[in-house]
Ligand binder design. Structure first.
Ligand code: AMP
Length: 418
């Protein structure tokens, strides 16, 4: 009888990291890090990246995306004394995290990864760049500064990673990204990751990618291990309800999202007054304050981190038990990103959203986006002084999940191709 050929992905699922064809030094680093099997995005993306093809990924955060691109990139690198790979990240924290992961996975390989971002002095970056790192992980603004001063040489670049591109779009970085891409060699491999793909990103993808393979790992769906709840409350009792929630549940690590920096500062102050151990993170805080807040929260020095959306994308905090949206996010993508901080790597997590009258449109948009209705909760024993006025809600329609268009569009676009 003829033997049925098994799909390569199945084989990797069965046989784990060792069947991905990665070099031994990388497998050693992965084992040392304690990973026993590759995640879905790693199974799908690593073979494509190893083959040298371009790739678009709509991967959910917290799924092991960084290793999915760092491992195959490192596989092909050795000490060249030239910059071969550039990774662009929207925020300093993400850039730091990704560069750390390159260093961890590449610890048994003689390659040098450096980090370039704003908010810190130029001195160390200049020193590192002069050592001609094989991998540069950067935020766009500071990289452009260095490029303008001739501190970075991208002539030998053969791999470009544009990570969290929807976040770059939100932060107004796409013009900078285009300028950087325009100065990279045309013959290269390009990997583009974005949780959502609005038209601007589709246009960028058509311009930067050449017949990309697509890897879709549950875009715009929060991890299934997260339980969601909406707590309707009158605006005047929001903080009281937050405190009551914090007291009721045995929270170990709670990330609270506020819409504004001033709001985040106020909540943090009030929580401190209520004897909670709190750190704050938003873009008005200095880089060292942001680092201290994040490190303290990761270590458990602070049980609560109050943040604006700067912390909602990609930041890797292993054990966030609860995410609380003190303010409902304005845009549904942000809900998914905020919630992505909990339930990471298949752990359980709770996502709580405080909801006030007048916010029904936002709530409906979120429910449409994630394709399900979130249950409404009332906190037992909490004295609701005002009954929250809820506007009548219409049933939600399932939203079509938009991924990247097929390549035919990029063929039609007539834009620069490699
Ligand atoms: P990322 O989506 O890249 O932010 O990764 C999320 C977390 O998953 C990070 O803490 C990684 O260290 C971890 N991780 C990545 N790959 C694996 C794996 N194969 N097994 C277990 N943890 C992993």
């Amino acid at each position: 009888m003829e033997k049925e050929e098994s799909h390569p992905e199945e084989s990797v699922r069965r046989n784990g990291f060792s069947s991905l064809g990665l070099r031994e030094e990388l497998l050693r680093a992965v084992t040392e890090k304690g990973y026993t099997e590759p995640t879905e995005i790693q199974i799908k993306a690593i073979p494509i990246i190893l083959s040298g093809r371009d790739l678009t990924g709509t991967s959910q955060t917290g799924t092991g995306k960084t290793a999915a691109f760092a491992l195959p990139i490192l596989h092909r690198l050795s000490r060249f004394r030239e910059t071969r790979c550039l990774v662009l990240e929207p925020t300093r924290e993400l850039a730091q995290q990704v560069s750390e992961q390159f260093s961890i996975y590449g610890k048994f390989i003689d390659v040098f990864t450096t980090l370039v971002h704003g908010g810190v002095g130029y001195g160390n970056q200049l020193k590192d760049l002069s050592r001609k790192p094989e991998v540069v992980v950067a935020t766009p603004g500071r990289l452009l500064d260095h490029m303008g001063q001739g501190n970075v040489n991208l002539k030998k670049l053969d791999c470009l990673v544009l990570d969290e591109v929807d976040r770059m779009l939100d932060m107004g970085f796409l013009p900078d990204v285009r300028r950087i891409v325009g100065r990279c060699p045309r013959k290269r491999q390009t990997l583009l990751f974005s949780a959502t793909v609005p038209d601007e990103i589709q246009a960028l993808a058509s311009w930067v990618l050449h017949r990309p393979e697509k890897v879709d790992v549950g875009a715009s769906a929060p991890a299934e291990t997260v339980s969601h709840a909406i707590y309707p409350v009158d605006n005047r009792q929001k903080f009281d309800l937050l405190l009551a929630l914090l007291k009721k549940d045995q929270f170990q690590s709670v990330l609270i999202f506020c819409r504004t920096k001033a709001g985040a500062d106020a909540i943090a102050r009030w929580l401190q007054a209520a004897k909670q151990s709190v750190a704050t993170m938003h873009s008005n805080r200095s880089q060292s304050e942001r680092n201290e807040a994040l490190a303290g929260f990761k270590k458990g020095t602070y049980e609560v981190l109050v943040a604006t959306d700067i912390a909602s994308r990609g930041i890797d905090i292993a054990d966030v038990s609860h995410v609380i949206n003190y303010d409902i996010p304005h845009n549904p993508e942000d809900y998914v990103h905020r919630i992505g901080r909990t339930g990471r790597m298949y752990r359980d997590g709770d996502a709580v959203t405080l909801f006030c009258a007048g916010e029904s449109d936002q709530l409906r948009a979120i429910e449409r986006f994630i394709g399900k209705t979130i249950k409404r909760e009332k906190l037992e024993d909490f004295e609701y002084a005002w009954s929250p006025i809820l506007e009548e809600e219409k049933p939600v329609a399932r939203r079509r999940n938009r991924g990247f268009h097929s390549d035919s569009r990029s063929a039609r676009s007539g834009r620069r191709r490699r």
